[in-house]
Design a protein around this ligand. Structure first.
Ligand SMILES: Nc1ncnc2c1ncn2[C@@H]1O[C@H](COP(=O)(O)OP(=O)(O)OP(=O)(O)O)[C@@H](O)[C@H]1O
Length: 419
């Protein structure tokens, strides 16, 4: 499957349709715009800086704490979020960014040295007030890549384990419901050692859900699974979250997983939340070069805004003039210009016909690298420009290092941020 990196909210939705919809799974509203068609609860307060809208029907989550791990790494997470009860908030970022630390702190498995964590009206952590709610009283479901099943228990016993204390009848009812909803009834009597990786992960999910959590936390639950098991588990999760209206936070560094599952996205790096908001919006409009790179934007170059007219902003980059769509929010002179590799079209010929694409650059191939079904190409256009094309297109273009080509970029695909 191509690892496309969508640049535009509509592209994100289209990609999701491609990745998920092909299995016939209903696509529920994704972008904030979509989900708000019937819901005006979002005031838009502070969008994009990690402090997000005052939702009315949403489940408010406040994470604002500091934690220093032994040995030095500090995580300072600040995120005020209105979790959509039928949507998933993705914590997205590179390895070591602090995603797991944030999740474990919410679950009560890490002890912040300062700050506060609150879900709905419940204050789970307030270091100054010396308030600490133990994990078992937070009613959280937690699933990570180490499914931690008891090897000497059957599947059914593993699912029922978290229900100790409940009357026998209620315990059986909930365990059966968990097994059934995760498609595990036929495996109920088997020990975990006889299960596949995907099945084990489903048991872990059933166990988490059987406890009827008020918040579901998922830490890379698909890690180590083959693509088919991963797709099946993604589908199952989407169904669970939607049917149960279960607020969910999902940690990943995989763009495809983020796009398939998430409705909102928080970018985490170096122990900080850099940007947050509706997933499609964050992917389309990173606020800084660092966020852009984390979100997979491969061309990030400095430029200078020259003029704005006819709905376009002219930007000079290394002597070339590019035209970006004017969104009315570019009151700056020095800019970073971001272009996603998938938004660059290559052609061998100049094209002597009228085209709607506003930018045509002349480039020469510097590097070419096969990436599964796609080919990544770096071109010298006065500045390095990265394009990604299919293998078929690469063959037709007879791509080789040194080859001169024309590069086309739509004005809407050029994203500007202040420098
Ligand atoms: N128990 C620990 N002791 C010391 N340092 C730790 C501990 N746990 C995490 N860290 C450090 O804290 C930082 C954040 O780690 P964390 O596991 O939260 O990142 P992450 O974004 O989840 O990474 P990954 O995607 O690789 O799991 C890292 O530098 C890590 O080495």
């Amino acid at each position: 499957m191509p690892s496309a990196r969508p640049a535009d909210p509509r592209n994100v939705l289209r990609k999701r349709q491609e990745w998920v919809g092909r299995r016939g799974v209903p696509i529920f509203p994704r972008s904030r715009e979509e989900s708000e068609e019937n819901d005006n609860s979002d005031s838009g307060e502070g969008r994009g800086d990690g402090r997000l809208f005052a939702g009315k029907s949403m489940e408010r989550l406040t994470i604002d704490f500091r934690l220093r791990h032994p040995g030095g790494a500090e995580v300072h997470a600040s995120l005020l979020f209105a979790l959509d009860p039928a949507g998933v908030l993705v914590l997205f970022g590179p390895s070591g960014a602090g995603k797991t630390t944030i999740l474990r702190s919410v679950a009560g498995l890490e002890w912040p040295s300062a700050g506060r964590i609150q879900f709905r009206e419940e204050v789970w952590v307030d270091v100054e007030e010396k308030r600490w709610v133990p994990p078992q009283r937070r009613r959280i479901g937690y699933v990570d890549q180490h499914d931690a099943l008891f090897p000497h228990f059957t599947v059914a016993e593993n699912v029922a384990f978290g229900l100790r204390g409940l009357p026998g009848k209620e315990k059986r009812r909930r365990a059966d419901e968990g097994l059934e909803s995760c498609g595990l009834l036929s495996l109920a009597g088997r020990p975990p050692a006889t299960l596949s990786g995907g099945e084990r992960r489903r048991v872990a999910l059933a166990r988490a859900l059987a406890r009827d959590p008020q918040l579901l936390l998922l830490d890379e639950p698909f890690a180590g699974l083959d693509p088919r098991s991963r797709d099946e588990l993604i589908e199952l999760l989407r169904k669970m979250v939607r049917e149960r209206s279960l607020p969910t936070i999902f940690v990943t560094h995989d763009e495809k997983e983020a796009v398939c599952l998430g409705r909102d996205l928080a970018v985490v790096a170096s122990g900080r939340v850099l940007q947050s908001g509706p997933l499609a919006e964050v992917f389309a409009r990173p606020l800084t070069p660092e966020t852009g790179r984390i979100l997979g934007v491969e061309t990030v170059v400095p430029g200078r805004c020259l003029s704005a007219h006819d709905g376009l902003i002219e930007v000079e980059v290394a002597g070339e003039i590019l035209r970006a769509a004017d969104r009315g929010d570019t009151p700056f002179d020095q800019a970073y210009v971001m272009v996603r590799a998938e938004d660059v079209i290559l052609s061998a010929e100049e094209g002597r016909f009228a085209v709607s694409v506003r930018n045509r650059l002349h480039g020469r191939v510097l590097e070419k690298e096969n990436e599964g079904a796609m080919v990544r190409v770096v071109l010298d256009c006065g500045f390095p420009l990265v394009a990604r094309v299919t293998r078929g297109a690469a063959q037709e273009l007879e791509l080789s290092v040194g080859k001169p080509l024309f590069c086309w970029i739509k004005a809407h695909a050029i994203h500007l941020v202040p420098r």
